[in-house]
Design a protein. Sequence first.
Length: 208
Amino acid sequence: MDSSTRIVSSMQSAAKSLSLRVPTSEAVRDIIGLSLEPAINILIPGISLADNQQLCAAYSEHYRYRDQSATPLYPGVECTLQSLHAKGYLLAVATGKGRGGIDRVFAQTGLGPLFVTSRGADETKSKPDPLMLRQILEQTGVSAQQALMIGDTSYDLEMAQRTAMPSIAVSYGMHSMEKLRSYQPILEVDEFQQIETWLDRQMEKKCE
């Protein structure tokens, strides 16, 4: 889901409303994927805990109720997820959003039933700590080597690397492919549906 425009504008509006230094669009995009409190500590070094908490609340207010920027699914995502689910793949979500944000996205998109589980940053440790993925693996009974982390930020791929889980890097998201390559993804894709094509080929090879 491309929520970058709303995230950037909501963070900038929230900072402005509290008379805090307004971060650049590039700086906000760079912290997307982290949970709010550590992300704000990076955006505004030295910010007090009280100001951090106020900015978290103001950001959530802007993102949920005030900012009307569209947050569309990337092309090919919905049909690919439906197809993978139909083929028996176990799909899970590991996100920097909180549980409330996850539930709102599931309700908005109608995609919730496709996922066997999900983990938000308010239920575990924030990316890139590997705990989020380890909890998903434990819950699903899948080994790290049998799983794939699909991500568009360095935090996603670092989390996978620290879990000894293979990863796939998508080029159309938040961080550049140059940055993602440093975490040695096993596949780079420019379109989400390329992931299904690649998985089909891996299954064909196993059957040969």
